[in-house]
Design a binder for this molecule. Structure first.
Ligand SMILES: Cc1cc2nc3c(=O)[nH]c(=O)nc-3n(C[C@H](O)[C@H](O)[C@H](O)COP(=O)(O)O)c2cc1C
Ligand code: SF4
Ligand code: SF4
Length: 261
């Protein structure tokens, strides 16, 4: 059965999971939501998946925009089985129920919801995982991915649990929480170590970086994903607020997408 996975990824964890699931399912295309925000006609397959991180207990803003502005306007008739998977560290809070509401309002019920535990690069709150911890989490993630693939192949039904006030949380709390994420990049400065390699520019999932005289300049459409911060090979992007030391390089994901296409 043909499958399309719509994926958002900041530091590469969700991309890793999406590509691993795609490889194991076969006949699967991974499409980054960042490159589909202006798409008019997206050909739907019989099986459709959503893969995204949990950010502050919700899906990323871009997932919401993609579902409301793009996905809901497509011909959803061919979809027979829809799965949604979040990668997260400790708790997913409203991320699944928010997706459930968004998809239902777009005209599509989900068949399967699950999560994969991954390393967390949110250094304002948590330390960067050690290499040992990272390997442990990835091994655990690989086991979860194999089970999820089996579930999808067997068309298992596993619905997102209910949470109180999910519609209110989606309408008000998510907007409030993510409005501060949009301005997150104001906390970045760029040091002279910057070599103008453009990695941050090319891989920002919200196209929030422009290059001015060879240096990145950040806009106010940030997802707060910290992808640029962790990926910069020179550690030239610095946070002006308190944060744990170190960078989460996420070498394992092989995440080297070109968002600017
Ligand atoms: C801004 C931000 C907020 C996060 N919030 C949560 C959270 O609420 N719960 C959680 O378990 N993990 C949280 N995490 C960890 C991520 O969900 C986890 O690292 C995820 O796998 C990142 O996926 P990505 O690399 O595809 O962006 C957060 C990470 C970031 C950067
Ligand atoms: S990734 Fe780092 S070195 Fe490369 S352009 Fe961005 S800030 Fe400069
Ligand atoms: S500017 Fe950096 S933190 Fe903000 S969305 Fe882009 S990559 Fe993520």
């Amino acid at each position: 059965m043909k499958t399309t996975i719509f994926c958002f990824s900041g530091t590469g964890n969700s991309y890793y999971a999406a590509t691993a699931i795609a490889e194991q399912l076969g006949d699967t295309t991974v499409r980054m939501t960042s490159s589909l925000l202006d798409a008019e006609n997206i050909e739907m397959t019989e099986r459709v998946g959503f893969l995204f991180p949990t950010y502050k207990g919700f899906p990323p803003n871009q997932m919401k925009d993609f579902i409301q502005e793009v996905f809901s306007k497509q011909d959803l008739e061919p979809i027979r089985y829809l799965f949604m998977i979040t990668t997260r560290y400790k708790f997913q809070a409203y991320s699944m129920v928010a997706m459930e509401v968004l998809l239902r309002e777009a005209g599509c019920a989900h068949s399967y919801a699950n999560h994969i535990v991954m390393p967390d690069g949110y250094v304002p709150l948590v330390p960067v995982p050690t290499e040992e911890k990272e390997s442990e989490l990835y091994a655990q993630a690989d086991r979860s991915i194999r089970l999820i693939v089996e579930d999808i192949q067997n068309e298992t039904i596993k619905l997102a649990g209910k949470r109180p006030f999910s519609r209110l949380a989606l309408n008000y709390l998510m907007g409030f929480i993510h409005s501060s994420s949009k301005l997150f990049a104001r906390k970045f400065t760029v040091t002279d170590a910057c070599t103008s390699c453009k990695i941050c520019y090319r891989m920002c999932p919200s196209a929030n970086i422009t290059m001015v005289e060879g240096k990145p300049v950040f806009g106010d459409n940030c997802e707060g994903c910290l992808g640029c911060y962790h990926r910069c090979p020179e550690d030239a992007i610095q946070l002006t607020t308190r944060a744990h030391e170190g960078r989460y390089r996420n070498k394992r994901s092989g995440y080297n997408m070109e968002y600017r296409i």
